[in-house]
Design a protein around this ligand. Structure first.
Ligand code: ADP
Ligand code: ADP
Ligand code: MG
Length: 502
């Protein structure tokens, strides 16, 4: 039985994993770099160990250092979170060799799914529909042109080792083919050290719909329904929701079956995600599998009522799945917004720095997975995601309203964030109607990026102006010896402050 888990990650996901560990009575071990000395995950853990300088390739990505800490601290398992070492097959193997439980699948599943060309071949063999395209790397440009003629434009050139939206090129015109291949290959080489690319048909009006799966070590597998992740910027998710407004019960059931087949085809165990791309015609195709816990996993937890980290730990312990497919259902609606330290009105420039004031929203159906606090200095070295705001409500309409309210009550000053941008997404007709695809942000850019409300500086000034007006009024009132205040002046000032959105 796992008694102590090392969390080989930082930020919100490290804390999220530790929260479940605490519930389960499992001890936690944090690791941290120079930049993370004062990070919340370090304070939250039962023990914390320094593992090196700030750049992740000198700390969070150094396998030997992490294994060393696991041994030193007596941790019997490692949870990798997402990103960093979570999809590193060698790391999974090494943990096994050192008799440390890796909370994730075996290296075979990671390797097979980590290489998109191999994954495509494996899915075809398993009878899972894949996007029409090549199943071998493209080395020869002449041949590529011929293949593209057969598939028909537009196509996507994609890196086999790709991830995080990198190494991908959309080709609409035949004159762009050669440059796109060269561009994708060099980007893939730089980002992943592997320049193999392949060609995929571009799916028109694409919807990104993914399925959460859980599988135990005996081969039992279930799906926990879908997540609609079509609100994207540069192929990266911004808002996710479940259920998807697009799916019918029949297609949901069929996709779920394909997701389970996909996982079983690589002897998967643990939690994983099968990503599909779907056209307006509701035809869907396997895109890739993420062999780890996903950023947007909380919306599934809200709607299905299952703690995915607890399930990961139970599976790692060798327990059988505690439910069958027919035991699972979707209740209500959940939405997640990813809050970034960046400035949407200035080309999404990163905005690291010190958070002056931080207050997260609270209330029924609101979940906040974060790690920052007032006075925290957001380091430049890592992903600029500050937190995830998740709401649950009985219906989609209520969930959107709840999210709007929660974003409105979310206060971060000192740095720029994407909160206002997300608020505008919640008001955009295409989103409200549930009629959107991955072009949503681009198509609604004008509406989303034009600041409709006062800028933060204006808000500060407005606050000062209100305060002065209020003091003046107080003075006037006392001159008129109107001493009969029905409520405290501070309470009233507080209300005024709220009404101008401090
Ligand atoms: P999700 O589908 O969970 O949102 P993302 O693709 O956004 O996953 O990736 C989650 C995190 O992992 C991000 O911080 C991203 O930069 C990182 N990441 C994803 N793929 C890779 C990869 N191949 N190599 C390194 N980091 C990656
Ligand atoms: P990554 O590993 O970077 O997450 P994916 O293969 O999952 O790469 O693709 C990321 C996103 O790119 C998808 O969610 C979708 O928006 C877009 N995309 C990828 N392939 C296609 C395709 N064939 N047609 C249309 N859009 C695509
Ligand atoms: Mg993906």
């Amino acid at each position: 039985m796992i008694q102590k888990i090392l969390i080989a990650n930082r930020g919100e996901i490290a804390i999220r994993v530790m929260r479940t560990c605490r519930e389960m009575g499992i001890k936690t071990v944090a690791v941290y770099s120079d930049a993370d000395r004062s990070s919340m995950h370090v304070r939250y853990a039962d023990e914390a160990y320094h593992i090196g300088p700030s750049p992740s390739n000198e700390s969070y990505l150094v396998i030997d250092k992490i294994i060393d800490v696991a041994k030193k601290s007596g941790a019997d398992a490692i949870h990798p979170g997402y990103g960093f070492l979570s999809e590193n097959a060698h790391f999974s193997d090494l943990c096994k060799k050192e008799s440390i439980e890796f909370i994730g699948p075996d290296s075979y599943a990671i390797d097979t799914m980590g290489d998109k060309i191999t994954a495509r071949k494996t899915m075809i063999a398993a009878g899972v529909p894949v996007v029409p395209g090549t199943t071998e790397p493209i080395l020869d440009e002449e041949k590529a042109i011929k293949v593209i003629h057969e598939i028909g434009l537009p196509v996507m050139i994609k890196a086999s080792a790709g991830g995080g939206g990198k190494g991908m090129r959309l080709v609409k015109d035949k004159n762009e083919i050669v440059n796109a291949i060269r561009g994708a290959r060099s980007e893939a080489q730089n980002a992943f050290g592997n320049d193999a690319v392949y060609i995929e048909k571009y799916i028109d009006s694409p919807h990104h719909i993914e399925f959460q799966i859980l599988a135990d070590k005996k081969g039992n597998a279930v799906h926990l329904f879908e997540r609609e992740c079509s609100v994207q910027r540069r192929h990266q998710k911004v808002v996710e929701e479940t259920p998807s407004p697009l799916l019918t019960p029949e297609i949901r059931a069929e996709m779920g079956k394909h997701a389970v087949l996909a996982a079983q085809a690589v002897n998967y165990h643990g939690a994983g995600t099968i990503e599909f791309i779907m056209g307006d015609d509701l035809n869907y195709y396997f895109l890739e599998m993420n062999t780890r816990l996903q950023v947007e996993h909380p919306i599934t937890e809200s709607v299905v009522g299952v703690d995915l980290v607890r399930q990961q730990i139970n599976i790692a312990n060798g327990f059988d799945l505690e439910f069958k497919q027919e035991d699972l259902s979707q209740k209500g609606h959940a939405i997640e917004c990813r809050i970034y330290a960046e400035d949407p009105d200035n080309n999404f420039m990163p905005s690291p720095g010190v958070i002056k004031h931080f207050r997260e929203p609270l209330g029924l159906g609101i979940r906040h997975d974060g790690y920052v606090y007032s006075g925290y200095n957001i380091p430049l070295f890592y992903d600029p995601m500050i937190s995830k705001l998740i709401v649950w409500a009985k219906s989609r309409d209520e969930a959107i309203k709840r999210m709007k309210g929660a974003l409105y009550n979310y206060k971060i000053t000192g740095i720029k964030t994407s909160i206002k941008f997300l608020e505008r997404i919640m008001e955009t007709p295409a989103f409200v109607e549930g009629k959107y695809n991955t072009h949503f942000i681009q198509e609604n850019e004008k509406f989303l990026l034009t600041p409709k409300k006062a800028s933060p500086q204006c808000e500060d000034m407005a606050m000062v102006a209100t305060f002065i007006t209020y003091l003046n009024q107080l003075e006037k009132n006392s001159i008129q010896s109107n001493a009969r205040h029905t409520s405290s002046p501070w309470k009233e000032f507080g209300r005024k402050r709220n009404s101008i959105r401090l």
